[in-house]
Every structure is written in structure tokens, then in C-alpha cells.
Design a protein around this ligand. Structure first.
Ligand code: PMV
Length: 334
């Protein structure tokens, strides 16, 4: 998504007079299982208390418009009309295509003005695209009184950003905040997110590098699998095994084991080719400063690292700060 500084466009005539409908979507962090989850393996993820807030109203403009705002600074990140997708590969074009896909499901009777305030950075592995889509779809659904279309609209939007989304981001963006295991359930093999009961856990997160496109990272793994199907499938099932074992470790508050599993998971992501030098360095710095484990989170190619810090994240945040990465600590109640 775009990070350009754009002037704030004036509200469309009368738009501010229309009552707005509101919606919310949550950001997520994957603790275990990214990429392998696209190929059917379980994942452990956190639905965060922050994400995106949206307002939708009818507009007199010729096209529906999405204004994406950085909720922390009063800044417009992108303003796009809903038009058919172009072949352009820019982040604005992707945002426009996603908005077009989302509106294509709702087919509103007239143009809409949709404003989304993002509370998290984009493209760093925190599920900003799903948070945005869920918030916007919920607001539009409320305006048009079509709550039945939310899921389909978010899926259409997520396909633009992810290519082949696992559905995990969408689930986490729609869920209550907390810790979940996302896995296929017997007997129908349908996917579901089950809350994972665990004692409170403390994590440190930092953005170690600019983010990469999720769709490109997912494609990169698919291309590797096409070249080496047996080896890549083994890596995926290895990661799936880690997610299942981590479920036990977290629910028993076995932090040492959970940390070791994070390191193993990171190693497998390195083998899949989705880590970078910066992400590896951030993991090493966290472990040297006392984290029990650390790994990249999300699609990789840049973005964020998460570290397990049951005794407090202070030393890890300081080690990152010395290397120029700002991070934050958060507590999760399972
Ligand atoms: O980087 P994010 O927040 O888009 O997460 C991507 C997670 C993947 O497993 C790589 C893709 C998916 O659809 O689950």
C-alpha cells in the first residue's frame, strides 16, 4: 500500500452531511506457521487490539473513493477511486484493485466515500491489508444493510494483495483480540480459528526492514516448490509440526520450548528463502539480549521480527534500538 504523502482531498459535496456507518478490523501477528499455512498446515497467530477503523457514507462524486489515512498522524497515505484494475504494479494500483474487488461484491446503488484510519504500518507482516478490508467491508455492509456480504468482499480484496490467501489474516482481522490456532478441523477439513488457552505472554516486536509484497513472497515459495516439490513439502510439514508442538508448549507456559520452536521456525523460513539479512540480524540481536526465541513474522522479505521475552522486553528493545530498529513490547492473554 502507498506511503506517499498526499494532500488531504476536500470532502465531496455533502459527504460530511451524510451519516457514516463504521467498521473495525484487527491487525495480526503470526507466532508460528506462516507460508506453510498457505499449503494446508496449521498456524498460531495473535489478533491484536489495534488495526483499522473505517467510515462509509454515500457520496455525490462520480466514483466511489477510498481515502486511506495514517490514524496516528493526520496524513493521507493514499486516495483511490474504484476503477477496474490496471496492469500497473504500484502499491496504489494494488489498493485500487482491492477496493474495486471489494465494491464489486457489494454493488452499491451509488458512489461511496470510504475513509480508513490505519493504526499499524502497512506491508510489514501485521496483516494491514486484511484489517483494512474487514474495517471497510463492515462499514459498507452496515451502510447498505448487507452484513452477509462481508466475508466474500474481504476475500475478494485479500486475493489482490495475497494472490492465494490462506484465510488466516482475514480470520484474525475479524476475530476478538487474543491468541488462536488456525487449523483444518475434522471431519470436513474446514478451516477454523480456535482460541488457544495460555498464560499471559510477553513479546517484543520490531520492524527491521521495509516490508515486501505478500503476493510476491507467496509466489516465491510456490516457485521453489515447483522446482523442489518433495523438499519444500517437507519444510512445510516441518513448520506444521512446529505449530502443533507450539500449541502444547504455549498452553503449558513452557516458554523455553516455545522460544526454541520460534528459532526452528525461523530456520525453516530461511530455508524457504523468505528471510533477509536484516531479519536474521534482528533475530540474533534479540536472542543475544536474552529473548528465548525470535523469528520473522508474516510474509518476510522485510518487515517485522517477533521475540519471546517472558521476563520483559526491555533488554531486547534496547539491543534493537542500538542498531536503529524501534520496537515495542506487548502482552497477550490467551
Ligand atoms: O505478511 P502478511 O501480514 O500479509 O502475512 C502473510 C502470511 C502468509 O502465510 C505468508 C500468507 C497467508 O495468506 O497466510
Amino acid at each position: 500500500m502507498a506511503r506517499r504523502d498526499l494532500p488531504i482531498p476536500p470532502a465531496q459535496d455533502g459527504a460530511d452531511l451524510e451519516p457514516a456507518a463504521a467498521g473495525r478490523g484487527r491487525a495480526k501477528l503470526i507466532l508460528f506457521g506462516e507460508h506453510a499455512v498457505v499449503w494446508g498446515e496449521p498456524a498460531v497467530a495473535i489478533s491484536l487490539p489495534v488495526g483499522a477503523k473505517a467510515e462509509a457514507r454515500f457520496s455525490v462524486a462520480p466514483h466511489s473513493q477510498l481515502r486511506l489515512k495514517d490514524g496516528r498522524r493526520d496524513k493521507i497515505l493514499a486516495a483511490v477511486d474504484a476503477r477496474p484494475p490496471s496492469a500497473e504494479a504500484s502499491q496504489d494500483a494494488a489498493l485500487q484493485a482491492a477496493f474495486y474487488a471489494l465494491l464489486g461484491v457489494f454493488e452499491p446503488p451509488s458512489a461511496l466515500d470510504v475513509q480508513v484510519d490505519l493504526e499499524i504500518p502497512t506491508g510489514v507482516g501485521m496483516g494491514s491489508s486484511a484489517a483494512l478490508a474487514v474495517a471497510a467491508a463492515r462499514a459498507i455492509a452496515q451502510l447498505l444493510e448487507r452484513p452477509d456480504l462481508v466475508e466474500e468482499a474481504v476475500w475478494a480484496s485479500e486475493r489482490v494483495f495475497h494472490g492465494n490467501p490462506s484465510g488466516l489474516d482475514q480470520q484474525m482481522a475479524s476475530a476478538r483480540s487474543g491468541l488462536y490456532i488456525w487449523a483444518r478441523q475434522q471431519p470436513e477439513e474446514t478451516w477454523a480459528a480456535r482460541p488457544l488457552k495460555a498464560p499471559p505472554l510477553t513479546l517484543a516486536v520490531c520492524q527491521a526492514a521495509p516490508g515486501a509484497s505478500t503476493a510476491q513472497m507467496v509466489e516465491l515459495v510456490a516457485a521453489k516448490r515447483a522446482r523442489e516439490p518433495a523438499l519444500v513439502d517437507q519444510l512445510h510439514s516441518f513448520i506444521g509440526h512446529i505449530s502443533r508442538t507450539a500449541h502444547q508448549a504455549l498452553s503449558q507456559a513452557d516458554w523455553a520450548r516455545a522460544g526454541e520452536l520460534m528459532d526452528l521456525n525461523h530456520g525453516a523460513l530461511v530455508a524457504l528463502g523468505v528471510s533477509t539479512l536484516q531479519l536474521d540480524l534482528a533475530c540474533h540481536a534479540a536472542r543475544s539480549a536474552g529473548a528465548l526465541g525470535a523469528k520473522l513474522t508474516g510474509a518476510g522479505g522485510g518487515g517485522c521480527v517477533v521475540a519471546l521475552t517472558p521476563d520483559g522486553a526491555g533488554p531486547v528493545l534496547e539491543a534493537w534500538r542500538q542498531r536503529g530498529w524501534s520496537g515495542f513490547e506487548f502482552h497477550i492473554t490467551g
